[in-house]
Design a protein around this ligand. Structure first.
Ligand code: NAD
Ligand code: UDX
Length: 441
């Protein structure tokens, strides 16, 4: 099939590349010329395991190409995906300007009958808006071309995006048109282990299913974080409580890891957007409001733990931070808990020595560019020199079993404050290190 992918970010680039991998002819288009030029030069603008090799091999085979020219991208295309961003608007709702602009371009430039597939996460009713915009543009051209809108939300996780896309738990196809459904099934066939993986529904239910999935996962995280906060106060250990509840197959172990709050480009904005959609329809989503409230507080807990030890004025103190990305396996720093932490520490006079395997460049260029008091270290141990404490924010594999002797030798102080509960307290005690975790008294 000939596919155009509008939006070449985390989702568009992964989706386009995986469809190219199964023999489709894919052209990825983006308004960001810097991104497209990098891709044309063989550089991948994001870090995602396995992606670079797959992009290169498919470009070489001629299955994958990149452009900033939407008119060129839509030539002879029969499936056009919309995978542009839907960031949080000022009022908490999803900002649809990029989706609607992509829809306008489709209406202006499509050259044959087209399946328009919405992969961006969009509020219920957006499919209909996209349909109207395309129809308006076609009418301006007096065009009789036909199109259908299909909702096909994406469930990949960053850091595991290619693998998630290649072996999906489910492929939701929001459409009531038999030919649209069949075309989507044909496209996804190489990725599915059985036909039950396809879940067919109407467009609105598909749009809501995406938000519901993210809201459910965010709820699990805020729930365990609340239990962690209760554990600390009553003298229990949330790591043990987690084992106790996760062993119940109705609850399960996944997404109940306590931590310093959820970040990333999806959960924070999608929970807010669902709250906003609900209120537009006259329903107050109280549970989801609490999920967000708990998460907001949780993102400040690491800084509070630091200030409980070192006092509120941190002038003259230096902290080593391991992990800046919002999770391991990615260079993405959108809504990362490290940002809130560093803001508070630096705001109270501290200096920071940071290390992250992949996110330091992006941190320096965008997310932490306004902070002077940060030194970026070339490896994890360098960050420790003369630091009063080590603070762990992201559970990268290389942090999971470090040389504690080396840590003790380099740190000025003896505290390890861990936002991801990665170590055993007893082991650290042997090295004379004091271990502060989330949810443990
Ligand atoms: P992103 O910001 O990484 O990429 C979006 C891209 O779209 C950008 O490169 C931007 O320049 C481009 N763009 C914007 N307007 C355009 C236009 N009119 N024409 C062409 N290109 C345009 O965003 P992302 O993380 O890939 O997310 C895309 C969508 O997928 C969002 O709705 C998001 O909620 C959803 N989603 C994201 C993830 C994830 O893990 N990142 C997972 C599932 C779903
Ligand atoms: C999420 C969804 O998992 C994915 O299905 C959707 O398509 C996009 O949003 P992503 O944001 O890439 O994926 O990462 P995820 O692994 O879900 O983690 C999100 C945040 O939750 C991270 O900050 C992570 O540290 C945090 N988290 C996750 C926890 O604090 N505890 C957990 O148990 C799991």
């Amino acid at each position: 099939m000939k596919i155009a992918m509008i939006g070449t970010g985390y989702v568009g680039l992964v989706t386009g590349t995986c469809f190219a991998e199964t023999g489709n002819d894919v052209i990825c288009v983006d308004v960001n010329a810097e991104k497209i030029n990098k891709l044309k030069d063989g550089h991948i603008p994001i870090y995602e395991p396995g992606l670079a090799d797959m992009v290169k091999s498919n470009v070489k085979k001629g299955n994958l190409s990149f452009t900033t020219n939407i008119e060129e991208a839509l030539q002879k295309v029969n499936i056009c995906f919309i995978a542009v961003g839907t960031p949080m608007g000022e009022d908490g709702s999803a900002d649809l300007q990029y989706v609607l602009s992509a829809a306008r371009d489709i209406g202006r430039y499509m050259t044959q009958d087209t399946y328009v597939v919405d992969k961006s996460t969009v509020p219920v009713g957006t499919g209909e808006k996209v349909r109207q915009v395309i129809a308006e543009e076609l009418a301006k051209r007096n065009s009789k071309l036909q199109f259908d809108i299909i909702s096909n939300p994406e469930f990949l996780k960053e850091g595991n995006a290619c693998a998630d896309f290649m072996t999906p738990d489910r492929v939701i196809i929001g459409s009531e048109q038999p030919d649209s459904i069949e075309t989507m099934k044909e496209l996804y066939e190489p990725f599915i282990r059985s036909r039950e993986v396809f879940i067919i529904m109407d467009v609105k239910s598909a749009e809501l299913a995406k938000y519901a999935a993210n809201a459910m996962l965010a709820t699990k995280i805020s729930f365990i974080n609340e239990i962690a906060n209760i554990s600390e106060r009553v003298g229990a250990d949330v790591n043990k409580v987690r084992r106790g509840i996760g062993s119940d197959s109705r609850i399960g172990y996944s997404f109940i890891n306590p931590g310093c709050g959820y970040g990333g480009s999806c959960f924070p904005k999608d929970v807010q957007a669902l709250i906003k959609t609900s209120s537009e329809y006259g329903y107050e989503a109280e549970l989801l409001q609490s999920v967000e409230k708990v998460n907001y507080a949780q993102k400040h807990i690491l800084a509070q733990k630091v200030q409980n030890i070192f006092g509120s004025n941190l002038a003259g103190k230096t902290f080593a931070i391991w992990g800046l990305a919002f999770k391991p396996g990615t260079d993405d720093m959108r809504a990362a808990p490290s940002i809130e932490l560093i803001k508070t520490l630096v705001g109270n006079g501290a200096s920071i020595k940071a290390y992250d395997p992949k996110a330091m460049k992006i941190a320096q260029q965008y997310y932490l560019k306004d902070f002077d008091n940060i030194i970026y270290s070339k490896n994890k141990y360098d960050a420790l020199y003369e630091a009063d404490a080590l603070i762990l924010v992201t559970e990268w594999k290389e942090f999971q079993s470090p040389d504690f002797m080396e840590i003790k030798g380099r740190l000025k102080g003896n505290y390890i404050i861990d936002g991801r509960n990665q170590y055993k307290e007893k082991i650290l005690e042997k090295f004379g290190l004091a271990y502060i975790q989330m949810g443990v008294k």
